[in-house]
Design a protein around this ligand. Sequence first.
Ligand code: NAD
Ligand code: UGA
Length: 469
Amino acid sequence: MVKICCIGAGYVGGPTMAVIALKCPKIEVVVVDISVSRITAWNSEQLPIYEPGLDDVVKECRGRNLFFSTDVEKHVAEADIVFVSVNTPTKTTGLGAGKAADLTYWESAARMIADVSKSDKIVVEKSTVPVKTAEAIEKILTHNSKGINYQILSNPEFLAEGTAIQDLFHPDRVLIGGRETPAGLKAVQALKDVYAQWVPDERILTTNLWSAELSKLAANAFLAQRISSVNAMSALCEATGADVTQVAYAVGKDSRIGQKFLNASVGFGGSCFQKDILNLVYICECNGLPEVAEYWKQVIKVNDYQKNRFVNRVVASMFNTVSNKKIAVLGFAFKKDTGDTRETPAIDVCKGLLGDKARLSIYDPQVTEDQIQRDLTMNKFDWDHPIHLQPTSPTTVKQVSVVWDAYEATKDAHAVCILTEWDEFKKLDYKRIFDNMQKPAFVFDGRNIVNADELRQIGFIVYSIGKPL
Ligand code: NAD
Ligand code: UGA
């Protein structure tokens, strides 16, 4: 029986390994983590992350061929294939601070593998890492090798949160990069055999190591670039009377461009787009390519611009002040169907409104008060350092209340800001909300999910992204 161990039981390690265990009943999969609370949660009824479909997959395999453990060293030592799926956040201090990837967690995992291994291993980079990381890992592993043969593979993950299980069941592609040596090719084949249990052959791509590492950064940069492109257009739409939904539809109908990922929004969030582009920018700069670096930097600048623009629109519409006005914030997660708030645009929007002295009443179906308070008090770039590694914040933002109901959040409010596209926000009784609000009652739809015309009929003043007022 092949044994797989995955270091890192987070948003990637947990779901990915659960699906491998489900699809490959003959493989034993153990997911390990230094976080006791995370592993305890993975072994409980209340999984540490909210992801549609995940519970069922875990229930089917846990205890059969899927295990979660804090005994990191034991399971790494026993494994044939070790996935490393630890967090690779943006560095906060030192060389490359604010841009480069912080590989501290990665390096400590690699050193641990070198320390405990007693047999040959395939080590798989699952985390998103800078190009050439495999070379560094090889150095660490072979330096302490004790005669053990390691093959490093790059197998970046392309799942999106909220649809992780479906993405893993039916991936557009699985990418495996390895050394083009006989031993390297053999390792690539071994990992290919795992995915081949459920992924069609033509969807499993094999490349050299550096192409695989770079393809991951490039894919995220291209995806984020589409959002910044449509968001940049949304500003022009508002200035000209065009409607960004119509423009995006017309543009996307060109089969070379395609319809997906062209939804204008308050800005993209999530733990990866910004971090991976910053990482790409840093790599370009280090390779003496300032023009290329500058090009990709614009994607983030437009995203920041979009979030600022939203805040400015709220304040300007409400007679240039939101001081002491109650504003209901519907949605705090960075997208629907997840409780993840890492780099959510809601953080910047809320901070912007608080800067103008607004009182916020926030409701998100999956995000706790603790998490929201932590997000609003912590420093930029601390978001991708796992919760358990952050000191618990003693401070709370007094002008913020977190409630468990959209009607409660909007009661007596002057305005509603929709910041996450949760389906339930489409179905709210907006007449009831309007009746319980201060007048004039504003709706600022940062996700373009409500029917603005219907809301205007009720009496709201409505702002949608990239649409005529
Ligand atoms: P995460 O923070 O949710 O999980 C990482 C886990 O690794 C944490 O639980 C942490 O405790 C653990 N860890 C850190 N160092 C460890 C060590 N030395 N030994 C054992 N455990 C250790 O992160 P994530 O969202 O799962 O992302 C992981 C990687 O995957 C990142 O590089 C990210 O860029 C990439 N990625 C993420 C997504 C996503 O949707 N979140 C998608 C594709 C790729
Ligand atoms: C993204 C990529 O889609 C995954 O392929 C990748 O594996 C992952 O990053 C990663 O490397 O972490 P994720 O961040 O989970 O996945 O979610 P997305 O669906 O990509 O959404 C990212 C952000 O963009 C969200 O805030 C979302 O609301 C926003 N978005 C997305 C838009 O504003 N408009 C769109 O048209 C699409």
